[in-house]
Ligand binder design. Structure first.
Ligand code: NAD
Ligand code: ZN
Length: 252
């Protein structure tokens, strides 16, 4: 099936469904200018100064041992305060307002679904928009972190190191968010998976809880779950979703 037909098929599926769940990853934000980890233009391929791979630098033990190296990488590669939502975030937000989309589950920490107007987002890996002092728990926004000029941000109240509310490697996911994600995925009648290599666990394992028959997988590169997808679109998700949006919402 060529892409145009698949896009029409996805639009038809969306129109026929009333409990859609979206499960996404870094690939949903690349068209907003935020690099993912594993594609050709991703962070694993980019020339960063550090000899450590991102998974090491973004681990709990590394953060505790080398907060300067962590923050150097984090500030330059993980913070994108000017990124804007793309066609994928916009369509999902629209479907959520219409009541068709019941949950957005994301591995992303960039907050772009919320920028597009989605209020109830299950953020499996936390968010760069929330930060807190490790000593006194005082809250800091992303802007607060950007405003602090020292590489490692410290709390003006107590001097404690401030950390982002993101789940680092070696740390556990929030059980409540995991449970809600499992519940939403197992209730869905259409599961749209987008922009994820489905290799980061336990998040990626969540898609196996889906019990329905319609899985649409929109990812540029192959994933271990491709064989389960009734609809597989290996193209740019922001552009694909913009086309789907037009088909659904601009009928005369
Ligand atoms: N934006 C962010 O918040 C961000 C960015 C980088 C990494 N991360 C973190 O890193 C981990 C990476 O796992 P992951 O599976 O989310 O990402 P990943 O980098 O492992 O995989 C991204 C996948 O998206 C695909 N892709 C890239 N651009 C695409 C596009 N425009 N359209 C369709 N597909 C596209 C790639 O082919 C790739 O398979 C996550 O746990 C996440 O927390 C987050
Ligand atoms: Zn403090």
């Amino acid at each position: 099936m060529e892409n145009r037909k698949k896009i029409e098929q996805l639009a038809t599926w969306i129109e026929a469904s009333d409990y859609i769940v979206f499960f996404g990853g870094a690939g949903t934000s690349t068209e907003s200018g935020i690099p993912d980890f594993r594609s050709a233009a991703g962070l694993y391929q980019s020339e960063h100064q550090s000899p450590y791979p991102p998974e090491v630098m973004l681990s709990h033990s590394f953060f505790m041992k080398h907060p300067e190296v962590f923050y150097d990488f984090y500030r330059s590669k993980m913070l994108h305060p000017h990124a804007q939502p793309n066609g994928c975030h916009r369509l999902l937000s629209r479907l959520a307002r219409e009541g068709k989309l019941k949950a957005v589950i994301t591995q992303n920490i960039d907050g772009l679904h919320q920028s597009a107007g989605c209020t109830d987002v299950l953020e499996l890996h936390g968010s760069v928009h929330r930060n807190y002092c490790m000593e006194c728990s005082r809250f800091f926004s992303l802007q607060d972190i950007l405003d602090i000029k020292e590489t490692v941000p410290r709390c003006p109240d107590c001097g404690g190191v401030i950390r982002p509310d993101v789940v680092l490697y070696e740390e556990e996911l929030d059980q409540k968010i995991l449970m809600r994600s499992i519940q939403e995925i197992s209730t869905a009648d259409l599961l749209i998976i987008g922009g994820t290599s489905l290799t980061v666990h336990p998040a990626a394992g969540l898609v196996s809880y889906f019990q329905g028959s319609k899985v649409a997988l929109l990812n540029a590169d192959p994933t271990p779950y491709d064989h389960r997808a009734g609809l597989l679109i290996a193209d740019r998700i922001g552009e694909v979703m913009t086309e789907v949006d037009k088909l659904i919402h601009t009928k005369l």
